[in-house]
Ligand binder design. Structure first.
Ligand code: PMP
Length: 361
């Protein structure tokens, strides 16, 4: 018998848990983890390379622990009157979320989320020893202000997690819900805005609620709209006191000088980096249209992906798409699959493969 995890003296609360497990398969058309499938434009990549090269010369030294230049760049990108003091970053927004729960969650503390939502929220809660509480959503995966308040009063969490637009459903988050939740709790309120750039142009985000709300945190990532998933840069905006709280739990020098240099160089080209967002939104809307024509039931989405119902056997359709070189995501939601919007060619490959499967079954 071979030695395994179950034989280790692991923390009791981690026994039997499963790790994050989106398959990482090499397939021609990967539309399973909501990446931006458009590469970084060549001229921007050249600038990033130069910046990373310059940083490499000093890599014998620890990086700026406060990553001040990067925080200035992120504040400038976000606008909304934010400055360096309101901004914090880490290796992906997952790490930001982990730091938030290290500071405000933990043993004997609870986190309220509203499934189906981003799977890492509950996994990070478990990893930090926080109790994960599940709130109910309304029709169509929405959360009304009344429902949020009722769930907060029922469950009395220390931290409330929202995700807007929500992964995996794409559902917009009503800012009234965030306002009402904030007023209903004395705990922290966190809004994960990983997909904010894919919202309809001009729509206000939770950043507009930060002023005067010291317990509100809004996170973003460069992984999606910025096509920077491999570089690992996520960040948050909040009152400077929240930044002080995260300083207590971060590891010193957690953002490498190479990461900082790459992100600052990319942010200097924000417009070009974001130039594919409109194309991706167009492909997303095309997916919704064609899926409807094929008889599926896509949910309304403000993200770069579409959750669609009406799939008789999701595991079977997943396998048959994979056999045709297309990977999507089976999240275990009955009758549903999720697909990320790709380039025009990738989206066509997905839609053609699905049409083929639909017609042959
Ligand atoms: N939040 C949400 C809602 C996500 O979907 C993801 C990535 N799938 C993340 C956060 C994490 O992104 P990253 O760590 O790459 O910033």
């Amino acid at each position: 018998m071979s030695f395994s995890l179950a034989d280790l003296p692991i923390r009791d609360d981690l026994k039997g848990l499963t790790p994050y497990g989106a398959p990482q398969e090499r397939v021609p058309v990967a539309l399973n983890v909501n990446e931006n499938t458009h590469p970084v434009p060549a001229d921007v990549a050249a600038d990033i390379l130069e910046a990373v090269g310059a940083a490499l010369v000093d890599v014998n030294r620890y990086p700026d622990r406060e990553f001040s230049l990067l925080r200035d760049s992120l504040a400038g990108y976000l606008g909304h009157g934010l400055s360096r003091d309101h901004i914090w970053a880490a290796n992906g927004s997952n790490e930001v979320i982990q730091q938030i729960l290290q500071a405000f969650g933990g043993p004997a503390r609870s986190v309220l989320g509203f499934p189906p939502t981003y799977s890492m929220h509950s996994i990070i809660a478990a990893g930090t020893g926080s109790t994960w509480l599940e709130g109910a959503r309304d029709e169509g995966f929405t959360i009304s202000p009344e429902t949020a308040v009722a769930e907060i009063e029922r469950l009395r969490p220390d931290v409330v997690f929202f995700c807007g637009p929500n992964n995996p459903t794409g559902t917009p988050l009503d800012l009234e819900t965030v306002r009402a939740a904030y007023d209903a709790t004395e705990g922290m309120v966190f809004v994960d805005e990983a997909y904010a750039e894919f919202m309809p142009a001009g729509q206000p985000t939770a950043l507009t609620l930060l002023e005067g709300r010291e317990r509100l945190i809004v996170s973003r990532t460069m992984s999606k709209a910025f096509a920077f998933a491999g570089a690992r840069v996520g960040y948050m905006a909040a009152h400077p006191a929240v930044v002080d709280a995260l300083r207590l739990v971060r590891l010193p020098y957690h953002l490498s000088s190479l990461t900082q240099a790459a992100a600052v160089a990319a942010l200097a080209h924000a417009d070009e980096m974001l130039s594919m967002v409109d194309d991706i939104k167009a492909q997303r809307d095309r997916i919704v249209r064609v899926l409807t024509e094929l008889g599926y039931s896509p949910w309304p989405t403000w993200s770069n992906f579409v959750l669609f119902g009406g799939v008789d056997d999701p595991a079977d359709v997943f396998r048959r798409l994979l056999a045709r070189g297309v990977i999507v995501r089976d999240l275990g939601i009955e009758g549903h699959l999720r697909v990320s919007a790709g380039t025009e060619a990738e989206t066509t490959a997905f839609l053609d493969a699905l049409r083929d499967i639909r017609l042959s079954s």
